[in-house]
Design a protein around this ligand. Sequence first.
Ligand SMILES: [Zn+2]
Ligand SMILES: [Zn+2]
Length: 322
Amino acid sequence: MKAWVLKGIEDIEQTQVETPLINKGEALVKIRACGICSSDLDRFYKGAYHYPLILGHEIAGEVIEVAEDLDKNLIGKKVVVFPLLPCNKCQNCYNKNYAQCENYNYFGSRRDGGFAEFLSVPLWNLKIFENRFDFLNASLCEPAAIAKHTLSKIEGKEICIIGSGVIGILIGIWAKLANLEVFFLIRNKAKAKFLEQLGFGVIFSTTKKFDSCIECVGSEESLQSCIEITKSRGKIILVGNPKAAINLPQKVYWKILREELQIQGVWNSEYPKDWDFVLKNLDKIPAQKLITHTFKLHECQRAFQTLSSTSNFHIKGTFINE
Ligand SMILES: [Zn+2]
Ligand SMILES: [Zn+2]
């Protein structure tokens, strides 16, 4: 099969690799769409667990073959893939907190993922979605499940999101669906119009205060903004992966103590709960607006160049395989 193979830092190319074998309990999925995550860009620019590696963990496709021990009726079904493969031995797995598994595997980072024609996937990691939804829409299921998980941590009615990438926007979508008042604190005026068209409030300064603030950037500056605009005893929810060390001035740190702010981390999603919710509500996600770029199998260089450039407007880029 053909795949985008990462061979080293900033070294990716479309090559021919072995089509995956179907082991017991697995289905062979023909990948139709796979979202390109900012963590894929990080692995491209900063390094991956090992090489060669096929990135991509936001996977939607169709089952084209199954192992002998699986039901043949699965063939032809449209599916999304939960990319985490838990050890099923540790205490966190026992408690079904798979995101905290102590010895997990992961499609697209620790093992080969979705920027390819095919992937063999254990039945447990597959979720069937309705025929009326398309693959592009369904490829947003993984980030949308993280956004749904984040929603479960929010307190209060008025919230502010800092970071208007796809996860931030998806958190906003679920929060609005839950009747919360959603604002984005932003600097980029081009983004303001886009967010307003999606029905969100937009603020440019840190004068208003909120019950919960969600940090989706992973920077010192945006964490400080969160601390500034959260009400006393309010909640700060950390979602963005840190780009570097995050330091706080003494005065800002004191504010956490004096105002008794709560700080909550979020990692991945709860499977299958959050995924079931998303697949029932796929029609609430404006995929045509969020997926601003698509890239075919032969366009891997262009994909990584386009999505890492700051000069063009992009929200989500997605690999597609026809
Ligand atoms: Zn991701
Ligand atoms: Zn485990």
